[in-house]
Design a protein around this ligand. Structure first.
Ligand code: ZN
Length: 474
């Protein structure tokens, strides 16, 4: 039995207005090289100054991941030459990272698995090379943008676990409001180390590093491909090269890029232009106080306090905004189960159709809850509740007004229903006959006809009762 051993290295761009060591804007999409100063370029005589916000953001993430925060931390120079790095070094953290020894609990088919986090540190991004028409251009706008590097222990054993790890990590960081974590836009980047070994072996196999994945699905697919490739080599007794491989999304395969440098090749040394930093317990406490309730705790509370089923609690807690919306609704109307059903079904489907998230969609918790109350009181049919919801989002109006304007009120008046049912029985002698011959399904058809005739306004439960009574008499 073979087992895959996976470690993930995630880089997250922190959403500060300015760069990590200078005042240049971090705004995306500006003219190339319009946001690069002498500090970005590392010109002689200029001094970097640490962005306090980036530092606090980094600490928040480290704390949310249960890391031990280092009281004394420093920055180091990582030396290498690359055309997108005019300084010939990157300011990073080497032997005294900001934080270490954290963890992330992920959910794998209903059971919880702990993935340890080795370290969390801050570093600056490099520039970007643009290759076109036989020449290469460099854009330094990205140089110096704050990146948080989060390195997991090799505790991940499948592509699915890697996928869940990334999702949970993204959720936590989004809850903290320090990054959008959008992988398609390169705000979150992920490299994966993977090796294969026999389950009983304690020695790790030769690992390869995978790069160039630009979605969580891409990470999963690249790992799946690499697991198969390494297994094949092992089984035919061929050796696996320690190398960096790039994922080709189109061809769905990895191919070798270069052999991996060892740490000593980078000649790390302490950054002489930045003093070391102390993070005392008072500062830690101040920051800790600003950390909101995180997804795991939120899910637990939704389950325990409001009785929301586990699967549904996951959905409601998937973003802090949706969780807040749901909780506001629960506080307005204690039937959490009904609210959960209407959020996870019709509301999410409206959001999907409109490509809007809960912040963008035009509905307040109060109006949403009032609509559900109309439904629960039998004043609206299921279909017309959905129709009213769409109309409310279109107009921003209250449900009561929409129901009046669109004349959607459910008909629960037995005299009125009796009339419609009688008409339907008269119009459909064949179905009536089918029913009397023992075809139970014919009732469904007749109820459908009544609903159609009433423009979905008839109370379906009452319709069924009246219909069955009348058919017995027939
Ligand atoms: Zn700058």
């Amino acid at each position: 039995m073979y087992e895959s051993v996976i470690g993930l290295e995630v880089h997250v761009q922190l959403n500060t207005a300015t760069k990590l060591f200078c005042g240049c804007s971090t705004e995306f999409g500006s003219q190339p090289n319009s946001q690069a100063c002498e500090i970005c370029l590392g010109l002689p005589g200029c001094l970097p100054v640490l962005n306090q916000k980036a530092f606090v953001y980094a600490l928040k993430v480290a704390m949310a991941l249960g890391c031990r925060i280092r009281e004394f931390t420093k920055f180091d120079r990582k030396n290498y030459f690359y055309p997108d790095l005019p300084k010939n070094y990157q300011i990073s953290q080497y032997d005294l990272p900001l934080a270490e020894e954290g963890f992330l609990d992920i959910d794998i088919n209903g059971r919880s698995k702990r993935v340890n986090i080795k370290r969390v540190h801050l570093e600056e991004d490099a520039g970007k090379l643009i290759h076109s028409q036989g020449s290469s251009l460099v854009d330094l706008n990205r140089t110096g943008i704050p990146l948080l590097e989060i390195v997991s222990s090799p505790d991940i054993n499948s592509s699915q676990e890697a996928y869940e790890y990334l999702n949970s990590l993204k959720q936590i960081i989004q809850y903290l409001g320090v990054s959008s974590c959008d992988m398609e836009k390169g705000i979150l980047r992920c490299d994966a180390n993977i090796s294969i070994k026999k389950k009983e072996d304690s020695k790790l196999g030769t690992k390869t590093e995978l790069k160039n994945m630009n979605s969580f699905r891409g990470v999963r697919d690249a790992l799946d491909f690499e697991i198969k490739r390494q297994l094949k080599l092992l089984e035919s007794k061929e050796s696996i090269a320690q190398e960096t491989r790039l994922w080709d999304e189109e061809k769905q395969m990895t191919y070798p890029m270069r052999t991996k440098e060892e740490a000593q090749d980078y000649r790390y040394f302490p950054e002489p232009d930045l003093p070391p930093f102390t993070i005392d317990s008072k500062m830690q406490e101040e920051i800790r106080k600003t950390i909101p309730e995180l997804p795991q705790q939120k899910m637990k509370r939704f389950r325990e306090d409001w009785g929301v089923p586990a699967g549904r609690a996951n959905i409601l807690a998937s973003s802090i905004e949706l969780a807040d919306f749901s909780e506001k609704c629960f506080n307005l109307y204690a039937k959490a189960e009904n609210i959960t059903n209407w959020i996870c079904g019709p509301l999410l489907s409206e959001m999907n159709n409109r490509k809007q998230d809960i912040n963008q969609i035009n509905i307040t918790p109060k109006n949403f809850v009032d609509l559900i109350i109309f439904f629960d009181q039998g004043k609206l049919s299921n279909l017309n509740t959905k129709n009213a919801l769409a109309a409310m989002i279109d107009s921003g109006k209250e449900p009561g007004i929409i129901i009046q304007e669109k004349n959607l009120s459910q008909i629960s008046d037995s005299v009125k229903l009796d009339e419609i049912v009688s008409q339907v029985i008269k119009d459909n002698p064949k179905s009536v006959n089918d029913y009397l011959q023992g075809k139970e399904n014919a009732v469904m058809f007749l109820v459908g006809q009544v609903m159609r005739k009433s423009k979905s306004k008839a109370n379906p439960k009452m319709v069924r009762e009246i219909l069955l009574k009348k058919l017995k008499k027939a």
